[in-house]
Design a protein around this ligand. Structure first.
Ligand SMILES: Nc1ncnc2c1ncn2[C@@H]1O[C@H](COP(=O)(O)OP(=O)(O)O)[C@@H](O)[C@H]1O
Ligand SMILES: N[C@@H](CCOP(=O)(O)O)C(=O)O
Length: 301
């Protein structure tokens, strides 16, 4: 069983824990059933030296959860992870790993779980739906956790991938665990900052629905997480300024960082160079990749 699953950039500026976009950078999860009790984990590419190969691997954990939810007797597993998504950089590596594992396990179980059940299960594990939903469905996805009679559910709606928009990701050569980047966020925010984000996130959704890049450039700003995370990412503001000066439509933190992402339709080489040089002025080595939004999410192939 082989599953291809995309990287994701969460938040898209003001949409903290709500918005995410799939990107054309993919991990592959290969899962084979083995006799009960056997476990083999092989890793290629990103994370080769620090992702665990035992039961503490999050892919193994979610596979076991899928089997339990599907009420199937768990067997042993051979898991091969071919990783192209950099780990702990703000490009949704954990969501991709979990979605890939869950979709592969569900396939081995005869697809007992619906996509919605996979979404719920993985979101509960990950803690927020904004990477999980686009990793599963592709495109730009708006998600919310809402209360219902049974407790809560994740509602999500997909916007088709933006046409002609390119994402320039500046990936610093240091890790930042999402858990750490969430620990610097305040418990309370000023009312006017909540209002600022409410208006901006509504407009960001309108911009993606209508492919209105002029609007996106005016409203892709945030006051709920980026200002607090700036201390963790040397040069963040200068890299944003350099991207705008070189012609970017907008530049924001990708997920919890430390990757910074600029959106553009043209001048992409100039923007990439400007972001790299701005990071360098702050002593940070960064790799720049030009990616397209991915129209597809996790796929068995
Ligand atoms: N391909 C993978 N297989 C197994 N675990 C992974 C994989 N990719 C990431 N992880 C786990 O997820 C953690 C990183 O998650 P997180 O801090 O949320 O960063 P990211 O922004 O990359 O999702 C890693 O430390 C590792 O434990
Ligand atoms: N909304 C989350 C998104 C985390 O994304 P990741 O790719 O950094 O895991 C947050 O901002 O904490």
């Amino acid at each position: 069983m082989r599953v291809k699953v995309p990287a994701t950039t969460a938040n898209l500026g003001p949409g903290f824990d709500t918005l995410g976009m799939a990107l054309e950078l993919y991990n592959i999860v290969e899962l084979t059933a083995l006799p009960q009790g056997e476990l083999v984990v092989e890793i290629e590419g990103e994370g080769i030296s620090n992702i665990p190969r035992d039961d503490s691997n999050i892919v193994i954990k979610i596979i076991r959860q899928v089997y339990a939810k599907a009420k199937m007797q768990p067997c042993g597993f051979k898991l091969k992870l071919i990783n192209h998504i950099p780990v702990a950089r703000g490009l949704g590596s954990s969501a991709a790993a979990l979605v890939g594992g869950a979709v592969a396990a569900n396939e081995l179980c005869g697809n007992v779980l619906t996509d919605q059940e996979v979404l719920e299960l993985v979101t509960t594990f990950e803690g927020h739906p904004d990477n999980v939903a686009p990793a599963l469905f592709g495109g730009v996805v708006v998600s919310a956790e809402v209360q219902n009679a049974q407790g809560s559910e994740v509602v999500s709606r997909k916007i088709p991938p933006p046409y002609g928009l390119k994402a320039l990701v500046a990936i610093p050569d240091f890790h930042l665990a999402t858990k750490k980047a969430r620990s610097v966020l305040p418990r309370q925010v000023p009312f006017e900052d909540a209002l600022f984000n409410l208006s901006r996130v509504s407009m960001v959704i309108m911009a993606f629905v209508h492919n209105d890049w002029e609007l996106l450039g005016k409203v892709m700003d945030d006051r709920l997480h980026q200002p607090y995370r700036e201390e963790l990412i040397p040069g963040m503001k200068d890299v944003f300024a350099a991207a705008y000066d070189a012609g970017a439509i907008a530049a924001v933190l990708s997920g919890a960082g430390p990757t910074l992402i600029a959106f553009a339709r043209e001048n992409t080489e100039d923007i990439a160079r400007a972001m790299k040089e701005a990071f360098e002025r702050h002593g940070v080595k960064a790799t720049i990749q030009e990616l397209k939004p991915s129209p597809v999410g996790a796929k068995v192939f």
